[in-house]
Write a protein that binds this ligand. Sequence first.
Ligand SMILES: [Zn+2]
Length: 172
Amino acid sequence: MIKLESGAFQLQKSQGANGYVIPLGGSYVVVDPGMAMGAKAVIAELDTAGILGDVSQVLLTHGDTDHAGAAQMVAAAAGGQLWIGRADADILAGRAVPGTLVRKLLSMIMPPKLPDTVLYLGESPGFPQGMTAVPTPGHTPGHFALAWGNALFCGDAARVRGDGSLKQFSGR
Ligand SMILES: [Zn+2]
């Protein structure tokens, strides 16, 4: 893990997406642990850092497989709860149809698996204190950005251009 200016850490072993670890007074929150193929390495990275058992929550900005594929395994290994926007959970659980052809195909090939019990960002009680879940639908219907201190973990709501300016991410 690399410590960032905000005080959060960036996972080095997550695959497909930037994964983060946020320290919250004795426990830790993992954001977007990446693709399923990187799950074991992420779990080992957290274990090596000595915090695996202290990860109380895994938060997903959205349900795309490159952000959410490893989440179930990481949450299970840590004994933590998994949070996701309801609209994206409904898609992953097959209760709603993905909005685009690409996502329909992806949902058939490698849908991220969710635990039987998930908590809904912006709805369920018990969300980590000191953080705010901000609805940012567009890239996916259930997309959330996660604010902590001066940092915003915005998933695929926006991307940074080479010149440092922000660009809205495609809804695909
Ligand atoms: Zn995405």
